[in-house]
Ligand binder design. Sequence first.
Ligand SMILES: Cc1cc2nc3c(=O)[nH]c(=O)nc-3n(C[C@H](O)[C@H](O)[C@H](O)COP(=O)(O)O)c2cc1C
Length: 204
Amino acid sequence: MAGRNDQSAQAHDAQGRATPDWALSLDGMRAQAWSCLSRGVRDRRAPSRHPTLATVSPDGWPQACTVVLRAADPAQAVLEVHTDTRSAKVAALRAAPRAALHFWDARRHLQIRLACTATLLTGDAAAAHWDRVPPAARATYGADTAPGTPIDDPMAQGHGGGQAWGFAVLCLQVHMMDLLHLGAPHRRAGYRRAQAWAGQWLAP
Ligand SMILES: Cc1cc2nc3c(=O)[nH]c(=O)nc-3n(C[C@H](O)[C@H](O)[C@H](O)COP(=O)(O)O)c2cc1C
């Protein structure tokens, strides 16, 4: 049937678990991925709370680090991460505003890989976000020793912090999603924003 992407075959993995209904269709896979991302924003213990953010340094090295997922907007396909304005990832994104995000949710057996373009908000443009950062969390931003500065003593981390000028919002516009559900069989699907998120099954 034209446009139909459901697959009705019910399968079981090595542990006897049935493939969940959401993994049977392209739309279901994508909806589940956004559900997973939204959960990461509101649940500190969700695996999707802490994705890996990958960028490319100004001299071409791949770099990856763990971050906290702060916001997820399924309608706009935009995610948000907060960081220090002086972090290496900010310098990387200023030189090449492209990033990847990687998530693995072991409970859902779902890997999510996202290709994004990044917009940096700092200063006045980040003020509304800064106002919503809890006071205790503000200390992370703008300490008098910048992230990555060599120090003689791990206790000598600098003071200060809580500085709005040190706060940057990374707005990550998702352009491509690559989803992999581990089951029997494994199911992989790719989606592009430029194609209105019409999905395509891919060989795993
Ligand atoms: C669980 C966890 C969560 C983290 N969350 C963030 C975050 O939201 N923003 C951030 O800038 N760094 C975060 N970090 C630290 C980064 O992984 C990284 O070490 C730091 O930002 C320095 O990165 P840089 O190389 O870009 O300077 C987190 C680290 C861990 C282990």
